[in-house]
Design a binder for this molecule. Structure first.
Ligand code: MN3
Length: 208
């Protein structure tokens, strides 16, 4: 029991204040999103894992299989949000307006230009039916960047891509501020990407 508690997943610290991403994302949305939604994924992931370990110790295969969807959903939610918070930054603290270096070169090589990349990413992400995430991921087999979408909280890794940059388009991520206009929210998030962090994710993905 002691070990299970120690190894349980934790809500990571938010690297800025709730109001830091204003006016693109309001403090109210950030507070609810982080303290309610992300926290619930962590709590429910730990609870599902605890039940899973218990079922495993009893060789209760039916319960183990039944718990897998809760582990995927809440584990994916935890992984996705943990990435999302770190790739965003306050406009006032932004050190780069656009990506630089090898990452910028690869965007140009794989999409033609940053503008075309944005256009394709935004169209795919805005077009997600229901809840999900839009991503730019790195395909290690083909050594290229790809745009992909995931339903619900499915992690991008399930599609064989390493997540580099993504946007949460669940309604809880924007509805209080943007109402039904998901396109305006997705377009605005590009103003608060932390390119330094994103380039770091890209370097890690391409170097191992
Ligand atoms: Mn969310």
């Amino acid at each position: 029991m002691e070990n299970a508690k120690q190894s349980s997943y934790q809500l990571p610290d938010l690297p800025y204040d709730f109001s830091a991403l204003e006016p693109v994302i309001s403090a109210e949305i950030m507070e609810l999103h982080y303290t309610k939604h992300h926290k619930a994924y962590v709590t429910n992931l730990n609870s599902a894992l605890e039940k899973y370990h218990e079922a495993e110790s009893k060789h209760d295969m039916a319960s183990m299989i039944a718990l897998q969807s809760a582990i995927k959903f809440n584990g994916g939610g935890h992984v996705n949000h943990s990435i999302f918070w770190t790739i965003l930054t306050s406009v006032s603290k932004q050190t780069e307006i656009n990506p630089k270096g090898i990452f910028a070169e690869m965007i140009k090589r794989d999409f033609g230009s940053l503008d075309i990349c944005k256009e394709k990413f935004n169209a795919a992400t805005v077009g997600i039916q229901g809840s999900g995430w839009g991503w730019i991921g790195y395909n290690k087999n083909f050594k290229r960047l790809e745009i992909a979408t995931c339903p619900n909280q499915d992690p991008l890794s399930a599609q064989g891509l390493v997540p580099i940059l993504g946007i949460d388009v669940w309604e809880h991520a924007y509805y209080l501020q943007y109402k039904n206009v998901r396109a305006d929210y997705v377009k605005a998030v590009w103003q608060i990407f932390d390119w330094k962090q994103i380039e770091e994710r890209f370097h890690l993905a391409t170097s191992c």
